[in-house]
Design a protein around this ligand. Sequence first.
Ligand code: FPP
Length: 227
Amino acid sequence: MQNIKHIAIIMDGNGRWAKKKGLPRIEGHKKGVDAIKKVVRAADDFGIKYLTLYSFSTENWKRPKKEVEFLFRLMESSLKKEAQDLHKNNVRVLFAGRINEIPLFLQKTIEEIKKLTCKNTGLNLIFAINYGGRQEIIDALNKAMEKYKNKKIDINMINKFLYIPDIPEPDIVVRTSGEQRMSNFLTWQAIYSELYFTDKFWPDFGRSDLKKICDEYKRRKRRFGGL
Ligand code: FPP
């Protein structure tokens, strides 16, 4: 019997959700934000301490410029809109990724919500933006080598320089939309994470799906390479 401390989600299928309904892809992303709100509330209610959401990968720059711009503007407006409510609910909002490479307007919003919520002690809500698992390892390794100069680098030295150090590794990684791959997500941290795949598109994902995953997790036996 175990409870999830950290759940990480690859929110996939916004585009296909929209297509199925004959709508433009951006409508799927808008509905995706509604799903995020539901899942944040539910995660908090279920006592989960860390929720990481893959929001924009280092590979997503390959998408049409218009869609990329729309996504960054949607993140900006959603974060601004939800900031006070998240703060009132004691949520600490954090970000993982190469944030210094995204548009300045979004960097500014990110700084504001981080500062507003930094002392909160409830749910830790982590948005992975311009995030790549390999890039995170490279970034951490470079910083570790700078600090430890001629020393041999070990696991703890890398851990210290991850985008968000000192948080538990994900207990379970979830991917929606029927795809079954990791796509450069939490490459360092997810080596022993449980995996869970659902055919639902992200905009259709909600509280009952999260509940199902919590129940399923309780049934999993984790051995971390031991017996
Ligand atoms: C995956 O669907 C969705 C994304 C890559 C974007 C998710 C981002 C948001 C919903 C906005 C996040 C908001 C904040 C506040 C950070 P897809 O476009 O890959 O769908 P497809 O595979 O069906 O094409």
